[in-house]
Design a protein around this ligand. Structure first.
Ligand SMILES: *Cc1c(COP(=O)(O)O)cnc(C)c1O
Length: 374
């Protein structure tokens, strides 16, 4: 056998992929710098600093003995809760193992290597990964003021375009598209091109400005609204997200998903927390407070930041963001470098609790030798 040492080759598109770079885990940094886990502050993955909702904690404890059973493959109860909340029917809801799972399902169900997928410069990094994994062509439309340029995106549509990803608010820039502008955009997108409106940070966005794109679904059958329980609902570790679309699109997504893509704990936790308005409101209020605090800090030290509608803020460090990131790590503070997003001088900081934000501010003062705060 001459070919004994020839290993199987992955698809060319897969070989060219760069794996997703997650925020540095707390345990990992604790090991590296010899800190206790509790002394590390992680403001790197836009997680909810409130901790798990108490209502979810007790519901999950009650579920443990049932874990020998497979979960409900159709997520009936969670779908029903979502359908009720958003005044849609159950067959318009698709559940995912996080919304990342769903972003990939859309591409796999609708797009081939003959198609183009459009998204903005500085947009969420999962879009290029998903595009490349299926060998489709990525059309990256230059941003304006760090946000989506909807006119340029319309102009970039060709007869090969099949899918447009729009994150609103966008990660990592926090930029936000006004409801009217989005609506006017959707009116001009050809109906055979899908638009995924990724609203992972919807609950943090200004309640008036954010409108409700779900109400547009009857008018735009090519629209898919994507949301998640990972951010404002505080369930990032359980992995559950959802898409709301026409029943026809949901049917197609349902054909390609794994039968049990949402586990039993995740389904239950999401169902419970969706009705826990106090938890949601407390988290949003904490975020608004922390955002004001960090903005005041950046203003005071004349750092430019990108105004954000999310639970994070992206700031120009006026030097290599990667270098400042490394220095902050040594202080036990994990933030997110965004060089991979074409922003080499910026850092993205998730809004934490008051104490966590303070640790970040102190650490930055320390590593950059800023004048101490009065
Ligand atoms: C965090 C985030 C998601 C959500 O990811 P999950 O898989 O639901 O945890 C989706 N889109 C954007 C833009 C995000 O920042």
């Amino acid at each position: 056998m001459e070919n004994k040492l020839l290993l199987p080759e992955a698809n060319i598109a897969v070989q060219k992929l760069q794996p997703y770079q997650a925020g540095k885990p707390i345990d990992e940094l604790a090991r590296e710098i010899g800190f206790e886990v509790d002394d590390i502050v992680k403001l790197a993955s836009n997680e909810n600093p409130l901790g798990l909702s108490e209502s979810v904690k007790s519901a999950l404890t009650e579920m443990l003995s049932g874990l020998t059973r497979y979960p409900d493959a159709n997520g009936f109860y969670l779908k029903s809760e979502l359908a009720k909340k958003y005044s849609v029917s159950n067959d318009q809801v698709t559940l995912g193992n996080g919304s990342n799972d769903l972003l990939e399902l859309v591409a796999r169900a609708f797009v081939t290597s003959a198609h183009e997928i459009l998204f903005s410069e500085h947009a969420f990094v999962v879009y290029p990964i998903v595009t490349q994994a299926i060998g489709a062509k990525a059309v990256v439309v230059p941003a304006v003021d760090f946000g989506h340029d909807l006119t340029a995106m319309l102009n970039a549509i060709t007869d090969k375009s099949k899918l447009i990803f729009i994150a609103n608010p966008n990660n990592p820039t926090g930029t936000f598209l006004a409801e009217d502008d989005l609506y006017a955009f959707l009116e001009k997108v050809p109906s055979n091109v899908l638009v995924v409106l990724d609203e992972a940070y919807f609950e943090y966005a200004d309640i008036i400005a954010r409108g409700n794109a779900i109400e547009w679904l009857s008018e735009f059958p090519n629209l898919i609204v994507s949301r998640t329980f990972s951010k404002a609902y505080g369930l990032a570790g359980l992995r559950v997200g959802y898409m709301i679309s026409s029943p026809q699109i949901a049917d197609m997504l349902n054909r390609v998903r794994q039968p049990f893509n949402c586990n039993a704990l995740a389904l239950k936790a999401a169902e419970v927390v969706l009705n826990d308005e106090d938890y949601l409101n407390e988290g949003v209020a904490l975020n608004n407070c922390g955002m004001r605090d960090l903005i005041a800090f950046f203003d005071k030290y004349a750092f430019e930041y990108i105004p954000s509608m999310g639970n994070f803020i992206t700031v120009d460090m006026k030097q290599s963001g990667d270098d400042v990131y490394e220095l902050l790590l040594r202080e036990g503070v994990i933030v997110r470098p965004v060089t991979g997003y074409g922003l080499p001088n910026h850092l993205r900081i998730s809004i934490g609790t008051e104490a966590e934000n303070q640790r970040f501010k102190d650490a930055l003062i320390n590593v950059l030798n800023l004048a101490p705060q009065i």
